[in-house]
Ligand binder design. Structure first.
Ligand code: ATP
Length: 612
């Protein structure tokens, strides 16, 4: 069956048009019980009614004598609406009942007509499923379990939602956050215009056709009788041997839960409460046999059924079970996974963190105590050595960031504590110029953390993501949401740049002047839009780099953004603020014809490129 949905209604219902005795036309929808006998007159020659929308349970009094599928509906009496709704027979249930091979059953004898019947019934089921998805797009939701919180009364709502702007002087940080994140102009929508030329009159030209994934999925889809049968009976379309079970892993109350926006929140929470991991804890408390098993061994002896582990009659040793992979940069979950691989009989999250009777504050500390994570001696040694060799504190901070991002130290905070004096030495020297008695204090450390944040930012991380934000005591002028990449490329000394430009401009020779003028003229001409590329060529040592530096100094001295990139690291070093093109534009190393730069439209990099 080839399903070509109607252009106007996305998941179209098939209708039968009949001419009644008075000569008028009557439409019979496919969700109506008369649709089947009217369409398949040969199969249902007695006029037996088929499934209809809001179908009540069938009283199973199919006549044994007649050997035909005659079923009667039982009308519910004195029941409330919810109870009635839960009792409706779905189309899938009805047709899987109808297609069963029974003694004396005859619809399977209709050959190709029977095939058509199966396919059409499946199309009916599929259409209602797609319609449900289509009409409930706004209400289908997923979120972390812990984020699901709904205030119950007005006072709670007022406690959370406040239409006031925080006071700018007393709460500068909150003021900035509210201003940046909660005050905005018009919302944006994205529309795609398909074949605008096909509209003829002006009224139609104004219509914009919405592109809907469901229509694309449904259009020109081929469904055979075999597939329809399989789907109606809800058989698996593919099999796998041996069975593989993937075990969930999440921190406490951080499991994903799925819900409809109109659901009652307590209901959503109770429905999504149990995961394989939390059920494993429960199992350990209730079933002593489970205490001898690791988490990954559970599926061999217990089956995951209806959100709980049920004992298997016989252990199935062929099952392969794996805990989901967790990247080491996700520190806490990674440590939890390590602990679960080594510990049996744990009954709670608290239990996992407890090693030798001592409850650790984090899974990382617990894993460290068990010797599952290496201690930070290597990282400390590297930093100690660097403190003796490196005199530039900025380079030391860069090394610190490389270590915390790539070597996964167990305790970043203690590493910072140990080396914070070395990391902020240049800041202390600066302060000493104003006050010679100045000593290390929290303000100096906070300034150092802000500088560390700049390096983190270049690697797509922030103080918050490496859990160092609470070490920041003085968060004055620290804006968590501003784009540090832009700040970084504007962070030049304008006076020095102006001086450099004035010195260089007078030295340029005729060719350099020609190139300089052409480029700057194009930059200043705002009317000429579109991309333009200049290519400067010349033998070695003829002043190309000198010209680039002059152009960079000119643009940057006017507080505009100029991104200097080169194809190699050595060439990039020759340009002030230079980076390799691969690093700046996130160009993939191996390039295919379909490769694109790894920069998403909403990222800080994208914002920077737009401003440049
Ligand atoms: N107009 C100029 N006035 C004074 N010095 C200049 C001028 N142009 C270039 N120079 C100097 O000449 C030297 C070589 O210039 P530069 O490095 O810019 O050349 P290049 O073409 O980039 O060389 P290569 O292709 O080898 O990288 C530099 O020391 C630079 O300062």
């Amino acid at each position: 069956m080839v399903n070509n949905p109607n252009e106007n209604s996305f998941c179209s219902a098939k209708e039968i048009l009949i001419c009644n005795k008075s000569g008028g036309l009557q439409r019979i929808d496919e969700k109506c019980s008369y649709s089947d006998p009217l369409h398949y007159v040969l199969m249902f020659f007695r006029g037996e009614q088929g499934w209809k929308y809001n179908f009540y349970p069938l009283k199973n009094i199919a006549s044994k004598k007649q050997n035909v599928n005659i079923c009667f509906e039982t009308e519910p009496e004195n029941q409330d609406e919810d109870e009635i709704n839960s009792k409706f027979v779905t189309a899938t249930q009805y047709y899987s009942y109808q297609l069963q091979d029974r003694l004396g059953g005859f619809i399977s004898n209709y050959g190709r007509l029977f095939h058509q019947y199966i396919v059409e019934q499946y199309a009916k089921i599929e259409t209602s499923r797609l319609n449900y998805i289509l009409f409930n797009q706004k209400s289908l939701r997923a979120d972390l379990y812990k984020n699901e919180y709904k205030p119950k009364d007005l006072s709670q709502i007022n406690g959370i939602v406040s239409a006031e702007l925080p006071e700018q002087v007393s709460f500068p940080q909150t003021y900035k956050t509210v201003k940046a994140c909660m005050m905005h102009g018009h919302d944006k929508i994205t529309l795609s215009l398909e074949n605008p030329n096909e509209f003829n009159n002006s009224e139609e030209q104004n219509q914009i056709k919405e592109v809907i994934e469901i229509t694309r999925f449904q259009s020109e889809r081929y469904v055979s009788a075999c597939e329809s049968c399989f789907r109606i009976f809800r058989y698996n379309l593919s099999g796998q041997y041996p069975t593989t079970v993937r075990l969930s892993i999440h921190l406490e109350n951080q499991q994903m839960c799925y819900f409809d926006q109109n659901n009652d929140i307590s209901e959503v929470l109770s429905k999504n409460e149990e995961t394989q991991l939390t059920a494993f804890f429960k199992l350990n408390s209730n079933n002593f046999k489970a205490n001898d098993l690791f988490y990954y061994e559970i599926p061999k002896h217990f089956s995951w059924d209806n959100r709980s582990w049920k004992p298997r009659k016989k252990a199935n040793t062929r099952i392969i079970s794996r805990i989901y992979f967790v990247h080491p940069t996700d520190h806490e979950r990674y440590a939890l996974r390590l602990l679960l691989l080594k510990r049996k009989g744990v009954k709670s999250f608290k239990d996992i963190k407890t090693v030798d009777g001592h409850e650790y504050s984090s899974f990382r500390d617990g894993a460290h105590a068990l010797g599952l994570i290496e201690d930070d001696r290597e990282a400390e040694k590297s930093l100690e050595e660097a403190c003796h060799l490196i005199t530039d504190c900025n380079q030391l901070r860069e090394l610190f960031v490389i270590i915390i991002l790539n070597c996964q130290p167990a305790n970043i905070k203690s590493l910072l504590d140990k080396f914070k004096d070395n990391l902020s030495f240049d800041i202390l020297l600066e302060k000493k110029k104003i006050d010679s008695n100045r000593k290390y204090d929290e303000i100096i450390y906070s300034l150092c953390l802000k500088k560390i944040n700049v390096h983190l930012y270049k690697n797509g991380k922030t103080l918050q993501s490496v859990e160092l934000l609470d070490c920041l005591v003085d968060d004055h002028d620290f804006d968590l949401h501003s784009n540090l990449l832009i700040k970084d490329v504007l962070n030049f000394n304008i006076t020095n740049l102006k001086k450099e430009f004035n010195d260089n401009i007078g030295k340029l020779n005729t060719d350099q002047i020609f190139a300089f003028n052409s480029i700057i003229k194009r930059l200043n001409n705002e009317q000429e839009t579109g991309q333009i590329i200049f290519f400067i060529d010349g033998p070695g040592g003829t002043g190309k780099t000198f010209l680039y530096k002059t152009i960079l100094a000119k643009v940057r001295s006017e507080s505009s953004i100029a991104l200097a990139v080169a194809s190699s690291g050595i060439a990039a070093l020759l340009l002030p603020g230079g980076r390799t093109a691969h690093s700046r534009f996130k160009i993939p190393i191996s390039i295919q014809s379909t490769s694109t730069c790894h920069v998403s439209l909403q990222s800080n990099e994208a914002e920077l490129f737009k401003k440049a």
